[in-house]
Design a protein around this ligand. Structure first.
Ligand SMILES: [Zn+2]
Length: 86
């Protein structure tokens, strides 16, 4: 089973993959409409919004939670480390 490199979601069905392409390493939620992978900032934004909606955190706390989640994922290890330094 593959796991999305950008959000950690398990991808079981072709429909879970970007463009329903099981060769892709990221899921449908992490793809732009054209099928390319979202940038760190884009994913951070959507994840922050998701956490605000589902956990009721304020935006700053949600952003910190999103950064922590993303720092554990292969797609973002470098970007997250850079974000911490700046
Ligand atoms: Zn994903």
């Amino acid at each position: 089973m593959k796991v999305c490199i950008a959000c950690g979601m398990p991808m079981n069905e072709p429909a879970d993959f970007a463009m329903s392409d099981s060769e892709k390493d990221y899921c449908v939620h992490c793809a732009r409409p054209d099928g390319s992978m979202q940038s760190y900032e884009e994913k951070m934004d959507s994840l922050t919004g998701f956490i605000v909606r589902t956990q009721g955190l304020d935006r700053d706390a949600a952003k910190e939670a999103a950064r922590k989640m993303m720092s554990r994922l292969p797609a973002w290890r470098e970007s997250a480390a850079e974000g911490k330094r700046s």
